[in-house]
Ligand binder design. Structure first.
Ligand code: FAD
Ligand code: 2HG
Ligand code: ZN
Length: 473
């Protein structure tokens, strides 16, 4: 089928409002947030209902046309960007944006895949509940993208990642059938739990169109602190101490190197250093409670006192009001954007057991600085989950191309160390096209074979997001 006929056939399903064919309007669907990945597409189709998604996928299946699902296009691994053949169809889910049901007695919310994460959080809050997934891109990313990448973020420590927050899914399979697995059950032992196949599969096994997600009691007290530390080792001691004192009230524990914070102070308007002195490491700690006026400040002050005595903390401030809370989070959430201003950077979203974080940092910093003097190591992340964004910026003032040419060698050092420290080369961002070859190299061969078996069973023609995760067929 040529593009002209494809366009007419799709228009018959989604109407003119559901198609984007004009090159200027298509542009934003064809490159990612950082402009690190660019592709071409035959067109962009924007169905508004599950039935329309199914009809689009069925047509593409019959015509052997590859489909690239896309939500908010905030992914960091190029998973939502088509290849450069110009033959693939981008299927944007953003018009599937209805909140279908809130069941407060069952503590669930049923939403369509195109709902923006922030909209979902607001709907939960309006119902007097919390939907806890929280990440820097929450104003643009969608529930479908969160599910397809099994997104993490800053509250995994307390509530888990997207997989842990999901009870049921509705999925359009690669041949266009609709699987209705929208069950809001916490107990269902009737065989394999199929939703887990699709969560984290990055659109390679089907299109997620809706989900039943868990709700939690609303949070009524929050305390946020910015803490200076002498070392990464101290951060691991500190998290143990705070967890022991506060239990599940510990909802966020984000580690940042001085280099990360310096980039934010340099590039993000309105941010300022809470301390007069420079410190090598910082953590942002958040405690929360469902009771109003819970004694969180007192708990944290006790913890900081003990940590100061033991030399794990060198300074600390507690936010006194909502504006100060926002200012502390801006220092943390601004790192991604700030690093973009420093030229090309190499992202490594890795995880190792929490206990091994300091040793990983020390060994990898030493090796990199020996082999690539001057590179700037921007290490930060969700340290309570063992998840570091171990990102590398080029040496200040150096040539972009010369740095980019060293990409493979730098990344190999980091992924080899991750493997040596029993970790994963993708903690929360997925594989997409960025880590396709690395996954082939570092993942267990039997796991790869099982994944290939699943892929060829569900999508024998290889039409669902080809070239992502792995080069399948
Ligand atoms: P997209 O980017 O559109 O797509 C991502 C992948 O999912 C692609 O493979 C796509 O094909 C597939 N997909 C999208 N929708 C569907 C669907 N309905 N069905 C099947 N497949 C689908 N991620 C974290 O985990 N934690 C963080 O803390 C975090 N912080 C971020 C901060 C910033 C500033 C930015 C830019 C990104 C951050 N991310 C983070 C990455 C990103 O926001 C998440 O991966 C998010 O879940 C992607 O959602 P999206 O809707 O933008 O998906
Ligand atoms: C974060 O935690 C995100 O800020 C983005 O996962 C990480 O940009 C990055 O490397
Ligand atoms: Zn992150």
């Amino acid at each position: 089928m040529n593009v002209h006929n494809l366009r007419h056939a799709l228009e018959a399903i989604v109407g003119p409002a559901g198609l984007v064919c004009d090159p200027e309007r298509m542009a934003s669907y064809l490159s990612d947030w950082r402009n690190a990945y660019r592709g071409k597409a035959a067109l962009v189709v924007r169905p508004a209902t599950t039935v329309e998604v199914a009809a689009v996928v069925r047509l593409c299946h019959e015509q052997r046309i590859a489909v690239v699902p896309q939500g908010g296009n905030t992914g960091l691994c190029g998973g939502s960007i088509p290849d450069d053949s110009g033959t693939q169809v981008v299927l944007s889910l953003t018009r599937l944006n209805r909140i279908r049901e809130i069941d407060t007695a069952n503590e669930t919310i049923t939403v369509e895949a195109g709902v923006i994460l922030q909209t979902l959080q607001a709907a939960a809050a309006e119902a007097g509940r919390l939907f806890p997934l929280s990440l820097g891109a929450q104003g643009s990313c969608t529930v479908g993208g969160n599910l397809a990448t099994n997104a993490g973020g800053t509250a995994v420590l307390r509530y888990g990642n997207m997989r842990d927050l999901t009870l049921g899914l509705e999925v359009v399979l690669p041949d266009g059938q609709i699987w209705n697995g929208l069950r809001g059950l916490r107990k269902d032992n009737t065989g394999d739990d199929l939703k887990h196949l699709f969560i984290g599969s990055e659109g390679t096994l089907g299109i997620i169109t809706a989900a039943v997600l868990k709700l939690y009691p609303a949070v009524c007290s929050v305390t946020t602190a910015w803490v200076a530390l002498p070392s990464a080792e101290a951060a691991i001691e500190l998290i143990g101490l705070v967890r022991g004192l506060c239990g599940d009230r510990l909802t966020g524990f984000e580690l940042m190197s001085r280099q990360s914070v310096e980039f934010v102070l340099r590039h993000v308007t309105g941010c300022s250093d809470p301390f007069d002195q420079i410190h090598p490491w910082y953590v942002l700690i958040e405690l929360s409670d469902t009771q109003p006026e819970a004694p969180l400040n007192e708990l944290l002050e006790t913890g900081m006192g003990q940590a100061l005595e033991r030399g794990w903390v060198t300074d600390a401030v507690l936010a006194g009001n909502q504006a100060q809370v926002a200012a502390l989070w801006a220092l943390r959430e601004g790192i991604s954007e700030a690093q973009n201003h420093e030229g090309p950077s190499l992202k490594h979203d890795i995880s190792v057991p929490v206990s091994l974080i300091p040793a990983f940092i020390q060994a990898t910093d030493n090796r990199l600085l020996d082999d690539f003097p001057g590179v700037r190591i921007v290490a930060y992340g969700h340290v309570g989950d063992g998840n570091l964004h171990y990102n590398i910026s080029k040496p200040a003032g150096s040539d972009d191309d010369a740095f980019t040419a060293q990409r493979a060698a730098i990344t190999q050092i980091i992924y080899d160390a991750t493997t040596r420290f029993h970790g994963s080369i993708s903690a929360e961002h997925g594989i997409g096209q960025a880590k396709r070859e690395a996954a082939q190299h570092y993942k267990d061969p039997l796991e790869l074979q099982l994944m290939r078996t699943l892929k060829t069973t569900l999508d024998p023609q290889g039409l669902m997001n080809p070239g992502k995760l792995f080069q399948w067929l």
